[in-house]
Structure formats: C-alpha cells, structure tokens
Design a protein around this ligand. Structure first.
Ligand SMILES: *Cc1c(COP(=O)(O)O)cnc(C)c1O
Length: 490
C-alpha cells in the first residue's frame, strides 16, 4: 500500500490501477467473508461458479447508463420491465392470474421499497392531516424509518411470544380512520416466520385500507420452497386485499447489492408513488423511485443473474437452502441449553438460550472466534435475546462442520461465563438517559467497551450494555457509537 492509501489525502500523482486494486484488497482483508457459507447475515451467496463474474460483467456494461430518463436509455427500461415482470409472475401476478394488471419499480433495496410503499399509501390520501400505518412489531425496522421520514404515525401490533406472529384481530383493532396502510411480513427478518397474510389482508380490505406484504426476505424463496412441497401459506397477489409486495433481488435472487422490486396490484395504486416536477427552468423531472440519477449497473446485474440461474437454478438453490436450514436447526436442537425460537419455516434459523450460565452474546463471540459469523438480536418486550442465522445455498456444504463448532463454542461460552460489565460502566449506564449523553460520556463508554479499537470480534460487552438499556437509550448509543466510527480519514 502507498502511504496515503485509505486516507483522504488525494495522491498528487495518480496511483497506477493495479496498485489501487491492491489497496482495496488489503482493506478488504479485514472484512467478514462474503463467500463460503460462514457469514449468516448481510450477504447472500448461492455458491454458483461463474455467477459473480457474469454479474460483474453485466454491471460494467451498464454502470454509466442513467435511469433518470428511460427514453434516453431504453436498454435500462427494458431490463427493469423484465425484472419487474419476473418478480410479478413469481408473486402471483400477470396474465391469467387474479392480478393481471400488476406494475412495479426497481428500487435500490428493501428500505427504499418500503419507504415508497408507505409514500404511495400516504399520498393516496391527501385528505388526511395525520396519516398512520399499522405494523406488527416483528415488521422490519425500515417501516419505522419510513414513518419517521414521511411523518406518518406508526401503530405497532404485538406478536404472540409463542408463534411470533401478530393476530389479525389485533391488526383490525389497530386500524383507525386515519390508517393508510397495514403491513404483513412474509417472512419476518428476525425470526423467519410468515404472518397470517390472508387474515391480515382481509381485515385491511374490510376497512378499505391498503395492505403491503413485506416479502423483501422471502419473496424469492417461498415460491420455490412451495414448489418443492413446503407448506407455504398464501402470501402473494393470490390473496385478495394484498395491494403491494416488496421483494429484494439482492437477497435470495442472489443479485449484487442495490436491487429490490416494489410491486402494486394496479397502476392506480402505484401512481402516488411517483414524483414529477415541472415548476423550474431545468429538465422536466419524473422519478418513480427516490433516486433521480440511477446507475444501470445493479439492474443489469440483476437481469443477468435472473436469466442465468433460471427456474431450475432457483429451485436447486432453494432445495440446498432448505436442507441446510434443516441441518442447522438439527445442530441447535442437539445442544443442551439452546432452543429454537421458532420452528424454521423459511430460510432463517433463530435460537435462544434457556440456561443462565450460557450467555448468547458470549456464544456469538465464540462462534466468531471459530470463523462462524452469526447475528445477535437483543431482548425485546416479551421476547428473549436470540441469535439469527440467515441461511443461503452456500451454507449447504458447511452444515456438517457447524454442529461440532456450535458445540465447542457453547462449551467455551459456558466456561467463560456470562458477561460481567465493569461496575463503573454499569453505574454509568444505569444513570444515563438519552438526553444526558455528552460527547465525553460516549467516548468514555466506547473506550470502556473497547469499541473501534480493532475488528468487531468481541462484541459481547457492547451487546450486554445495549441489551440492558431501554429502547430509546439503545438508539441513542447506536447513533453515537457509529458517529464515532464515521469520521473523515485525514
Ligand atoms: C432486508 C429486509 C428489509 C430491508 O432491506 P434492505 O435491502 O436492507 O434495505 C426489509 N424487510 C425485510 C423483511 C428484510 O429482510
């Protein structure tokens, strides 16, 4: 690496291409492994030889194409329409179905799809001064973000701690005259369980309210799992009352990052999603999605990925994933003290610990130390802390190694014992309110927890502190901690 690599000091003489790539590779060495089936969050790896190269080449073909104006770059419009058509067909729409008029847009990700679903619902009701949305607490945090960005009130619906699902009756009770949208997940990210979509859509329809199915996670797996014989309940446009569906192609369609699809049952439902502006002296602007200038790269890469894998490819990958889920769940069941929080019904394995001597956050660190990267989830309301595993096809060849590694990590976590935070840290945390946090306090906490001092391999203390904090304080701490990390590299 050159001495200015990874800093904001722009080299006076440009660095040769090969050296720049070396710099990036050197930086990448500290990252979690994106391939190889040992990272159970953030990445979706099919383990298909040649697929990355194809997606990269397709991305490069279209990287400089701008989706700002579909008439200037018809290639992008054609690929977007093809990708949306594929998603619509997979999710119960298109010719010959009960939803023949489905339309959609490609967005940059699940969050953008959800923000736009909320925007379309809000702007379809300009008569309401204070619009509201009804979202089960198991719904993705992006709905809260959408509500926050769009100044829409959020009415949470509890989930049954046994089934981890909301009851349609509770959804119905939460609907008010100002409600513009009701949400169901297929499945929820945290636990991988599918909400009772048909019942929820029915109560929404009875109230004359839109119903969005968040299938960001499962929209590209549940249909294939069903074809393979899994008992997947109805969740798509075949369900009357479902007005929109989101599905992330950068998850289980295995496209590179930056592509999700938001579908609406008909063009009228979609139209308030768009933004057009002609009241300025520049070009006439119409944006279907949040971004204005949009790279063609992610769309072309998704198009190539879909066409290359095809139905047979996705069915094969879904079968591998299903078997991997069963194997991992079996490994969890085989360990004393661990308990599946939900029986897997999609592509998530989520477990908790009933043994006070087995600290889940320590277990997560022990798994990390052994090269297995799982995702800790904090306790919430009636739900205990848990460990989340997003399972993809690339995990299949690793399943046999996971059981012994898990058993070993559990033994190590038991031997280490639960996290004991330094008393001065606990005292500090106990007296904190979101309002009382000062930059000095934050810096002290971060230093005490060893945050930012190296790779995030020992996070149990941080997670324990966050777990002990009330929700609003958790949020404030997260903001401040990441604010400390995001500082310019001079
Ligand atoms: C991943 C996910 C989202 C958010 O998607 P991003 O692409 O991370 O913005 C929303 N809902 C569900 C169910 C998800 O799994």
């Amino acid at each position: 690496m050159t001495d200015t690599a990874g800093t904001g000091a722009l080299p006076v003489e440009g660095v040769p291409a090969a050296r720049v790539l070396d710099e990036i590779r050197a930086l990448r060495a500290a990252d979690r492994p994106t391939h190889g089936g040992r990272l159970f969050a953030y990445v979706y790896d099919p383990g298909v030889a040649g697929l990355d190269e194809l997606a990269q080449a397709a991305h490069a073909e279209s990287a400089h194409v701008n989706g700002l104006d579909p008439t200037a770059f018809p290639s992008l419009l054609a690929m977007e329409n093809a990708v949306v058509g594929a998603a619509a067909r997979l999710l119960g729409g298109g010719p010959g179905t009960s939803a023949p008029d489905v339309v959609g847009s490609v967005t940059s990700g699940g969050t953008e799809s959800l923000i736009l679903a909320v925007k379309a619902a809000r702007d379809a009701r300009p008569d309401l001064a204070e619009p509201r949305i009804v979202v089960p607490v198991s719904g993705h945090a992006a709905f809260a973000k959408a509500a926050h960005y769009l100044r829409v009130a959020l009415d949470p619906v509890p989930v049954d701690p046994g089934t981890l699902r909301p009851a349609a009756a509770d959804v119905a009770a939460a609907i008010r005259p100002e409600t513009v949208l009701v949400v169901a997940s297929a499945p929820s990210y945290a636990h991988g369980v599918v909400d009772p979509v048909a019942e929820i859509a029915a109560v929404a329809a009875a109230a004359g309210v839109r119903c969005h199915v968040d299938a960001c996670f499962g929209g590209w797996t549940l249909p294939w799992l069903r074809r393979l014989g899994a008992p997947v309940p109805p969740f798509d446009f075949a369900v009357p009352g479902v007005t929109s569906i989101s599905v992330d192609l950068h998850k289980y369609a295995y496209a590179p990052k930056g592509v999700s699809v938001l579908l609406h049952r008909d063009p009228g439902l979609r139209s308030p999603q768009f933004f057009a502006y002609a009241d300025w002296p520049g070009y006439t602007m119409v944006n279907p999605v949040i971004a204005s200038t949009r790279s063609g790269g992610p769309i072309a890469a998704a198009y190539a990925t879909l066409r290359h894998l095809g139905e047979d490819g996705y069915l094969r990958l879904a079968a591998l994933t299903r078997d991997a889920v069963a194997g991992l769940a079996g490994a969890v069941r085989a360990v004393d003290g661990l308990r599946l929080l939900a029986e897997p019904e999609s592509t998530v394995v989520c477990f908790t610990s009933d043994d006070p001597g087995l600290d889940l956050f320590v277990l997560v660190d022990e798994l990390t130390a052994r090269g297995w990267h799982t995702q800790p989830q904090l306790a919430y309301a009636d739900l205990p802390a848990s460990v989340h595993l997003t399972v993809t096809a690339a995990v299949a060849p690793r399943v046999a190694e996971f059981g012994p590694a898990l058993a070993e990590a559990v033994a190590a976590a038991r031997a280490a014992g639960p996290v004991v935070l330094p008393p001065e840290l606990l005292a500090l945390a106990g007296s904190l309110t979101p309002e009382s946090l000062t930059p000095d306090l934050i810096a002290g906490l971060a230093a005490g927890l060893g945050l930012g001092a190296g790779p995030a391999d020992r996070m149990a203390a941080v997670n324990t502190l966050l777990d002990a904090a009330p929700v609003r304080l958790r949020e404030r701490l997260l903001v401040e901690f990441v604010g400390l990390l995001q500082r310019p590299a001079w």
